[in-house]
Design a protein around this ligand. Structure first.
Ligand SMILES: [Zn+2]
Length: 478
């Protein structure tokens, strides 16, 4: 997510997103809360999400089919779903569950299984729901659904739920350790609009009633990455020949009202950024799907393979689009490497923010890196350690006065720079690759997404260097 320090730069996006509406429960508005024993007793194999978007009512109808495998005997399923939604039907393995067999008082939904599931057995939970979802009060920092109007008059709709969780969109387990292995997404919207989404396009169907259904499938999505974006888009695309031998499709969905020269200039940055990240960190993690960017009414969000871009093609002294670069860094630091708990979120935002000075260096040389590092020193809070080593929700990290707030960005970047200077490039980048990919020699196809904590990063650094760097983590992070 774009950092709080950048809020001042986005007054326009804020105003456009100022919305009210029904409020979700305090439970639903938190994300990354501890899982229940029932949630820990299942593996989340697949979610199949069908969403019909009703722009005039600012509402949606949804069906979520969630497939689980039991890891231990379990007699109830527990998922999160915003209680603002009306649930019209609940089925387990095709069998309707009576109304007294499930409850969803605060957004943590409990479904009694018809029989106890033994370890290794699978089950399929189907929930039909709908209504007016929570509108984002100030996307992306106070998230939910954004119901905007494009300059050409059509509905322009987006979601941003990093601080609030996937349960504002579909039934899920709202915890960063509960990534489904696969999500199939079917978005039905008015036929004059497009619905680009995560992963690989699976075709679209004209329903003959003025609506079209867009079908997508994505592997291992980050839990807050699955999103809905609908608008009057045009698409530009191209192929990127990776240094790792694969070809990565690049897609940009932009408003049809955009100036062609703006679109072309930004799209020309896609291969440059791919080049930088693949050379500096390693293979683009989702080359088997796409590099995707979609223009949104809010500033930005790291939606996996469909980054939200709302920086309005602004140019500044950096010579590149910082918002695009920041959100794209999250494909490595958030979507490939996901924090164990929100307490470790500097692994997303600090490592991600350090990619900006490194990109300035890669583009223009050492002095430009130093300038970006100097800029990042402005406005440090230093009110709490970056990492508390206790379980936290995303909201506590960002907004609680005892949390690190914006320090997970710039201070995280500066600490990362200090670590790089301390270790030297060879050990630093080797440790970084092991952290991100789980191995020092990543190639397309030989790694899967990783979930890691700060102490695990410390262990990786110790192991790569053969020396004890606990003092570094104690001094700078804890
Ligand atoms: Zn971010």
């Amino acid at each position: 997510m774009a950092g709080a320090a950048f809020i001042a730069n986005s007054a326009m996006a804020q105003d456009r997103n100022a919305q009210g509406g029904p409020e979700s429960s305090a439970f639903t508005l938190q994300t990354d809360q501890p899982r229940t024993p029932e949630q820990e007793a299942v593996r989340f194999d697949k979610a199949d999400i069908s969403l019909t978007i009703l722009p005039e009512q600012k509402a949606m109808r949804g069906v979520g089919v969630l497939d689980f495998t039991a890891l231990a005997p379990v007699d109830r399923l527990v998922v999160e779903l915003d209680a603002l939604f009306d649930v019209s039907d609940v089925q387990v393995d095709g069998q309707t569950i009576a109304r007294d067999g499930w409850s969803n008082p605060e957004g943590r939904m409990t479904i009694q299984l018809p029989r106890t599931l033994q370890a290794g057995e699978t089950t399929s939970l189907r929930i039909a729901y709908g209504g007016q979802p929570r509108t984002a009060r100030r996307a992306p920092w106070n998230g939910g659904w954004v119901w905007a109007t494009a300059p050409t008059g059509e509905p322009w709709i987006a979601t941003a739920v990093q601080l609030d969780g996937c349960d504002l969109i579909f039934p899920c387990i709202d915890n960063s350790n509960a990534e489904p292995r696969q999500v199939d997404i079917h978005i039905t919207a008015p036929s004059n609009l497009s619905a680009p989404a995560n992963g690989t396009f699976q075709g679209k169907t004209d329903n003959g009633d003025g609506t079209t259904t867009w079908n997508w499938t994505v592997r291992h999505p980050n839990i807050y990455a699955v999103n809905v974006t609908v608008g009057p888009y045009e698409e530009v695309s191209g192929d990127y020949q990776s240094r790792f031998g694969n070809v990565i499709p690049m897609h940009f969905w932009h408003l049809k009202s955009d100036k062609p020269e703006d679109v072309q200039r930004l799209f020309a940055e896609f291969p440059q950024m791919l080049d930088f990240f693949e050379q500096t960190v390693g293979p683009y993690p989702f080359g088997y799907e796409k590099m995707g960017v979609v223009e949104t009414p809010h500033l930005g969000m790291e939606h996996q393979t469909i980054n939200a871009y709302g920086n309005a093609f602004k140019q500044d002294e950096r010579g590149y689009d910082w918002l695009l670069q920041h959100e794209f860094s999250h494909e490595w630091f958030a979507n490939q490497l996901t924090n164990w708990n929100a307490d470790d979120m500097w692994l997303h935002e600090g490592l991600g923010s350090y990619m900006q000075p490194l990109y300035a260096r890669w583009l223009r040389g050492e002095r430009y890196m130093q300038r970006e590092l100097a800029n990042q020193r402005e406005g440090l809070l230093n009110r709490a350690p970056i990492v508390s080593r206790t379980s936290k929700t995303v909201d506590q990290v960002y907004n609680d006065p005892t949390g690190p707030g914006g320090d997970i960005y710039s201070k995280g970047s500066l600490v990362t720079h200090t670590l790089r200077m301390t270790l030297g490039d060879a050990d630093f980048f080797r440790a970084l690759r092991i952290l991100v990919y789980g191995r020092p020699d990543p190639e397309p196809g030989n790694f899967t997404p990783q979930t890691r904590s700060t102490p695990e990063f410390n262990e990786i650094v110790n192991s790569v260097t053969g020396r004890n760097y606990d003092w570094f983590f104690n001094a700078y992070l804890y």
